[in-house]
Design a protein around this ligand. Structure first.
Ligand code: PBG
Length: 316
């Protein structure tokens, strides 16, 4: 076996998996205001950006060759129903139209969920203290339509309500937004690795947790059922989230569908890599590169990662 491993030119010749800048998706956290670039304590190296600064970050991402952006917003106000989520005045809508207008060759993907927008932090509207799945669908559809109208190439519902992909597809089509695609967070597990994100997005649930609608980490078959339902409802691409702890699910899904697959290396995965490198456990660049390659190897076409712009720069 060693003959073809002997030297880099030989290894390069027989390499089976590649990571290129266009495989990487850069998430951005957009906030109200102007000139804001506020480091996020839980995610070293990641900042809250106002729309003007997000546009600068988008330019840097495009210059590095990243495939797309994924936008999250922190709104100016929260209420019971999360109504700021479908307002054209809020950061995600404003950033989407600014970026789509200035950088038409850089696809913008938007996160569709209510948890950053509700006063209680749940991903939908509450009835008797529990998330009301069906009443939430109409609101998610409104959010998706507002993002698509602002210029999103794809909307990415992350709420895990049943039926949301179909509801969003129907609303987009009815709103003459047939060209906007849906990247479904098809298999989203109720994971502890979202911890730093919830601080970054100010979306920690006020009470309880999300195990009532996100997947049980123990259930790969149920995860596949979720994904197959999203395909039936009209998803254009599917996501597995988190990434590294769920590579088995990613590999199985790769065998089940011909759709493009994305994997989300989430905030806790990012934080572990950063903390490990800071502690001297491994070389930061080598560790990040190996993790991203492993996610590609397991079957991801796209890798959503907070390291996207920097890692794309390494690959140029
Ligand atoms: C929900 C959402 C979450 C993440 C992306 N979209 C948080 C959650 O479900 O609790 C997590 C992303 C990350 O941890 O990096 N809007």
């Amino acid at each position: 076996m060693r003959r073809l491993r002997r030297a880099e030119p030989l290894r390069r010749m027989v390499r089976e998996t590649h990571l290129r800048p266009e495989h990487l998706v850069q998430p951005l956290f957009v906030v109200p205001g102007e000139g804001v670039e506020q480091p996020i304590a839980s995610l070293p190296g990641v900042s809250h950006l106002s729309v003007d600064r997000a546009l600068e970050a988008a330019r840097r991402a495009q210059a590095a060759g990243v495939g797309a952006l994924l936008l999250f917003g922190l709104p100016s106000r929260k209420d019971e129903r999360g109504s700021s989520a479908w307002s054209d005045e809020e950061p995600v809508q404003r950033a989407t139209s600014a970026i789509a207008g200035a950088l038409p060759d850089l696809p913008v993907i938007t996160d569709v969920c209510l948890c950053q927008y509700t006063s209680h932090g749940a991903c939908g509207v509450l009835r008797d203290g529990a998330v009301d799945n069906d009443a939430t669908l109409e609101l998610l559809a409104r959010v998706a339509v507002s993002h698509a109208s602002a210029g999103a190439a794809l909307v990415a519902p992350s709420d895990m309500m049943d039926g949301r992909v179909g509801a969003i597809r129907a609303a987009l089509d009815a709103g003459d937004l047939q060209d906007t695609g849906i990247l479904a967070y098809a298999t989203k597990f109720a994971s502890v690795f979202y911890g730093p994100f919830r601080e970054a997005a100010d979306s920690t649930p006020a009470s309880g947790d999300r195990r009532g609608y996100q997947l049980d980490p123990a259930n790969p078959r149920e995860a596949l059922r979720e994904a197959l339902l999203d395909i039936d409802e009209g998803a254009d691409a599917l996501m597995v989230k988190p990434a590294l702890p769920y590579l088995d699910v990613l590999a199985r899904l790769r065998d089940e569908t011909l759709l493009p697959l994305a994997a989300y290396q989430v905030s806790g995965e990012y934080a572990m890599l950063e903390a490990g490198a800071a502690a001297g456990a491994f070389d930061r660049r080598a560790a990040v590169s190996e993790a991203l390659l492993a996610i590609r190897r397991a079957g991801a076409d796209l890798v959503i990662t907070y390291h996207a712009t920097e890692a794309a720069g390494w690959l140029r």
